[in-house]
Design a protein around this ligand. Structure first.
Ligand SMILES: *Cc1c(COP(=O)(O)O)cnc(C)c1O
Length: 372
């Protein structure tokens, strides 16, 4: 049996009639950039997220640096995040011209450890970017309290956790802005690239709207800006898919529960769910002995289970780091490094069949039995 890591085409086939109709409608409308399909999706996304505004942008990376720039964060400023995230989180800080300051993750959740943030704050610190890694919210209540005490902005990197929630907070409730990605492999993905900013702040709305469109909000009038817009075709597709996100997250949680139950007796480290949090399992990441990790991955792939790694090289371990950019690691980042050395991601998407789930479990258990 072959179990693939993604189910993009299955998802398309399940929604083919709706998606095809939405795409054709945009094609016939003659309005493809900053048109009505984009405005409509932005309205739907803000309503869904419970934020005052949503602004479509070119991708999730741009969403982050557009927010940083709209807040005036740039050269001379420091932004705190963690090193065990997708590369783009740090990239966006550097694009804005700021210094990336890394602190370690919590050993269980793999999200930024709030207890380490204060030691990294200096007079230059302007913002914290918690990442809701793998689909589980960072501890926003603790992070927001630190930010308030030190007068810092909080920007949520929510590329992996749309539809997640904390025990006592919603995404977007305790931050200045939420940035998300709609690249196809995210939980809410279009057939290509896309991104959005969600915010309750009118100044971020105005800043991102201006910056994404050549510094212009009025025809022929410009200030410094960029081109980073969400195309109407993608917006129309995302309007269709947004209606299914809750059901998809529920299904991801159901699959995760099956994996966790079946693998509980092994010596693998399984995903840790914070009590009361809604983890939406963008990725189901297990950890094994670093010395065995690559062999386990090969074993699974040879048996047809397309497992992967997220992320086997932490940002500060990448070759050439930091490429002449400003960066600093505060304290030990041993947990992030252990995660990079130990992680394996099992297939996780809502369209997985029961046979595929059972087969994946069977192969993981077969490995554990051989290598107990
Ligand atoms: C995917 C991702 C991004 C970047 O999104 P793009 O749309 O690919 O630019 C940023 N941060 C995290 C954590 C991601 O997973």
């Amino acid at each position: 049996m072959q179990v693939s890591f993604y189910g993009h085409v299955r998802q398309y086939h399940n929604l083919k009639a709706e998606i095809d109709a939405a795409v054709l409608q945009v094609l016939e409308s003659g309005q493809y950039v900053m048109g009505p399909a984009l405005s409509r999706f932005e309205g739907e996304l803000a309503t869904y997220a419970g934020t005052k505004h949503a602004i479509g942008v070119g991708n999730g990376t741009d969403a982050i640096w557009l927010v940083l720039m709209s807040l005036g964060i740039g050269p001379g400023d420091e932004v705190i995040t963690m090193p065990n995230t997708f590369f783009a989180t740090a990239e966006a800080i550097w694009v804005a011209g700021a210094k990336a300051v890394f602190v370690d993750c919590d050993p269980k959740t793999k999200n930024i450890d709030p207890a380490l943030i204060e030691a990294a704050i200096t007079p230059r610190t302007k913002a914290i970017i918690p990442v809701h890694l793998y689909g589980q919210c960072a501890e926003m209540d603790k992070i927001a309290a630190i930010a308030k005490k030190h007068n810092l902005f909080v920007i949520e990197d929510n590329a992996q956790a749309i539809d997640a929630a904390g025990a006592s907070f919603r995404i977007g409730e305790l931050s200045d802005a939420v940035c998300t990605s709609f690249i196809i492999q995210k939980n809410l993905g279009t057939f290509g690239d896309g991104g959005a900013v969600m915010t309750n702040r009118d100044d971020i709305l105005a800043g991102v709207k201006r910056l994404r469109n050549h510094g212009s909000t009025k025809r022929s009038v410009h200030s410094f800006g960029f081109n980073s817009r969400l195309d109407d075709l993608h917006a129309a597709i995302l309007s269709v898919k947004l209606q299914h996100i809750t059901a998809w997250s529920d299904r991801r949680r159901e699959i995760a529960a099956m994996y966790t139950k079946a693998l509980a007796g092994t010596n693998l480290e399984l995903p840790y769910e914070m009590p009361g949090y809604r983890h939406v399992y963008h990725l189901y990441v297990i950890e094994t002995e670093a010395a065995q990790r690559d062999a386990m991955l090969d074993f699974l792939v040879e048996r047809g289970v397309d497992a992967k790694q997220h992320y086997p090289i932490a940002i500060h371990q990448q070759e050439g780091y930091p490429w002449g950019k400003e960066a600093e690691i505060v304290g030990s980042v041993a947990n992030a490094e252990a995660n990079a050395a130990r992680c394996i991601s099992l297939p996780m998407f809502p369209e997985l069949t029961q046979d595929e789930i059972d087969y994946t479990i069977e192969q993981v258990l077969a490995w554990c039995k051989q290598n107990g």
